[in-house]
Ligand binder design. Structure first.
Ligand code: OAD
Length: 352
């Protein structure tokens, strides 16, 4: 077991950096706020694959899957479904990003045109990602709180992708869901908090940026929904929801990956660009023999530059992709019942 953990730790170079950083800006901010260049290991690994003459490297066209080596058949969505259904896969890890919440009406970050980062003009930011940067927040917290008002949990409902993960848990086959999302839809769908790693934090708790006093979501809710910046009653410092900003450390929960990923027998990645570290590197933290299923509009991360033989890609709308998996699993009716019950519960709550 120990060697499994350490060998999986060796491969994803980026996991040694546990401060949030973006591949696009290629910067990390250390705890004291000093800018540093960071390795962009996605590119580093691609270069390594090229140097080692990987059979998956297809010259200028990048990496491709060659459909399995001798005695190694290319896996399909149906194969994955069969293995889940027959409980060969009992420890499924799910990684998710903003793309699973776009069907609920929440924009993602990087989709050209519709993504949040293309629609922040009114905030007069020096560059889009500044909205999640600590230095900028200390200078001007207003843009973040305007966005927080928009994204605040309670305004949106989970969709089929969230309920699929809950069903996986109900079947006893979810090892953990790692999400980058801060919209709280996983919890709202009924995925138990201990099954979740909210890698980029949560609105559920908050901290005063001056005296570090802790607050609950309820303490901030009125201010956030009114569009005002919440201030600490004790020291008048700005209270920041515990969302992880670029340059901040990830929550200690994130370290669960050290034991979860070596145990996983299937990794499902959905609705993420895999552009933000160290989360993106988790895609490389499962054992080499473990199938990885990408359900996403675009080919991203290692699926684009260093695909493994047993990787499966379901390109297109995430709801359509998850529905295809659910149909292949024979779980359609069960998921419908689960979602209908959740919708009824939400409607009753609204009436109350
Ligand atoms: P991105 O916006 O970077 O990526 C979303 C991915 O989902 C893209 O590949 C989209 O093509 C895909 N997508 C969107 N809608 C889809 C749909 N309906 N069906 C299929 N695919 C769809 O979002 P994340 O990867 O989550 O940080 O971004 C990571 C982090 O960057 C976020 O957590 C955020 C941001 O800076 C913080 O909030 C701190």
């Amino acid at each position: 077991m120990a060697s499994l953990v350490s060998s999986s730790l060796m491969s994803p170079v980026r996991l040694c950096c546990l401060y949030l950083c973006s591949r696009a800006s290629r910067r990390t901010l250390s705890a004291n706020g000093l800018g540093q260049r960071s390795l962009c290991p996605g590119e580093g690994a691609a270069a390594l694959c090229r140097q080692t003459n990987s059979p998956w490297w297809n010259g200028s066209r990048g990496f491709f899957s060659r459909g399995g080596g001798a005695g190694e058949e290319q896996q399909t969505l149906e194969d994955i479904a069969k293995n889940i259904r027959e409980r060969q896969f009992k420890r499924v890890v799910v990684m998710a990003g903003a793309g699973i919440s776009t069907p609920s009406g929440i924009p993602d970050f990087r989709s050209p045109g519709s993504g949040l980062y293309d629609n922040l003009q009114q905030y007069d930011l020096p560059y889009a990602e500044a909205i999640f940067e600590l230095n900028f927040f200390h200078h001007n917290p207003n843009p973040f709180f305007a966005l927080a008002k928009e994204l605040y949990p309670g305004n949106y409902q989970p969709n089929l992708t969230h309920y699929f993960v809950r069903l996986l848990h109900k079947k006893g086959q979810l090892l953990r869901m790692y999400t980058q999302n801060i919209d709280g839809l996983e919890r709202l769908a009924g995925i138990p908090p201990d099954m979740l790693v909210e890698a980029h934090g949560t609105f559920a708790t908050a901290t005063c940026t001056a005296c570090l006093r802790k607050y609950e979501a309820e303490d901030l809710r009125p201010d956030i929904l009114r569009g005002t910046v919440p201030k600490c009653p004790t020291c008048k410092g700005v209270i920041k929801p515990d969302i992880v900003f670029f340059g901040e450390e990830l929550p200690h929960h994130f370290f669960k990956y050290l034991t979860d990923f070596p145990l996983a027998d299937l990794l499902i990645i959905m609705g993420t660009s895999l552009e933000v570290e160290p989360f993106a590197s988790l895609a490389g933290a499962v054992r080499g023999s473990v199938p990885r299923l990408l359900i996403n509009r675009d080919l991203v991360g290692p699926f684009a530059w260093c695909r493994r033989p047993q990787d499966v890609v379901q390109l297109g709308d995430v709801v359509g992709g998850v529905q295809a998996l659910v149909d292949a699993l024979g779980w359609t009716q069960e998921l419908d019942v689960l979602m209908a019950a959740a919708a009824e519960k939400a409607a009753t709550k609204t009436e109350e």
